[in-house]
Design a protein around this ligand. Structure first.
Ligand SMILES: C[S@@+](CC[C@H](N)C(=O)[O-])C[C@H]1O[C@@H](n2cnc3c(N)ncnc32)[C@H](O)[C@@H]1O
Length: 278
């Protein structure tokens, strides 16, 4: 691919999704965008870039951007955040939010749904403690294609074999041919919405917990700062932020503080009720 075409595509993708493509990732553009070109009746990547320069239509731009997202996800990814959610954050919220009895959770960049569904299964297991509580899980992603998969709640064998405890598979999934369908009661706990983290998300309202895992890694530093600082505005004063294993707030924003002994878990810098030990 020539440098002008690379620059055109890299700029379009960065402007629309935040994904920062370096020149050594040119091969990714070729392998992922050729199928998109074909879907739009364009024979080559040169034809694709020509169309983007001359008469770009919304569907083509959307498909180009979505094709470049990495949607890797699995149930209870990395285990620890979900243990922290169940063992540290939930007891803390049950104690500090007893007046309103409401917990609002946002899975930002939820991909194919494993993250919000893992949270929903944990909350379902804890239902005795949550009697009379109002629980809301909102799950968003830029990619409308991956959101349709998330909403359907159907997974292949290899997907339910990655991270999902067998007792949850037995309890919350039904086999349908070669797919596994997640239970309607779990699906009903999650509201999926398309949302680009680069755009204003204040209309989503306020949350007690934000999972924003394994998406900031794709953004450059100024974009990480902007997104995290806007998230801080949507997080309640005593709320919690979960980031991915390769992500941090350190050196990016001072709106959040780390928590003692809880890697990947952050509180607002001015939180009133700090976690014990913080
Ligand atoms: C690697 S997945 C992470 C999924 C899940 N959070 C996890 O940790 O398993 C990254 C997701 O971020 C989404 N994404 C990328 N750029 C985005 C943006 N600007 N706004 C919202 N979602 C975005 C992608 O579509 C993809 O589904």
């Amino acid at each position: 691919m020539n440098i002008d075409d690379f620059n055109l595509l890299a700029k379009l993708i960065r402007d629309r999704s935040g994904l920062n493509l370096t020149k050594d990732k040119g091969y990714l553009l070729e392998s992922r965008l050729l199928p998109v070109a074909r879907q739009h009746n364009l024979k080559t990547l040169e034809e694709l870039t020509m169309k983007l320069r001359s008469r770009p239509d919304n569907a083509l731009v959307r498909d180009v951007v979505e094709a470049m997202t990495t949607n890797e996800s699995f149930f209870f990814r990395d285990v620890k955040p979900f243990d922290q959610f169940k063992g540290v954050v939930l007891p803390h919220l049950l104690a500090t939010k007893s007046a309103t009895r409401s917990i609002k959770i946002w899975s930002a960049a939820c991909s194919s749904g494993q993250e919000p569904y893992s949270l929903a299964m944990i909350l379902k297991e804890e239902k005795a403690k949550l009697q009379g509580w109002n629980i809301d899980i909102v799950a968003t992603d830029l990619s409308t294609q991956i959101l349709s998969k998330a909403q359907a709640g159907q997974y292949a064998q290899f997907e339910v074999q990655r991270g999902l405890p067998i007792q949850y598979l037995v309890k919350y999934f039904k086999q349908q041919g070669d797919r596994w369908q997640i239970d309607q009661s779990i699906r009903d706990m999650v509201r999926f919405r398309p949302l680009n983290l680069l755009e204003d998300f204040s209309s989503l309202g306020n949350f007690d917990v934000i999972f924003c895992r394994n998406v900031l890694i794709y953004f450059d530093q100024p974009t990480k700062t902007i997104v995290l600082e806007r998230m801080s505005r949507q997080l309640s004063n005593d709320g919690f932020l979960f980031l991915g294993g390769a992500e941090t707030v350190v050196g990016i924003t001072n709106k959040f503080q780390t928590t003692v002994n809880q890697r990947g878990l952050y509180q607002q810098a001015g939180a009133t009720h700090k976690l014990a030990g913080s």
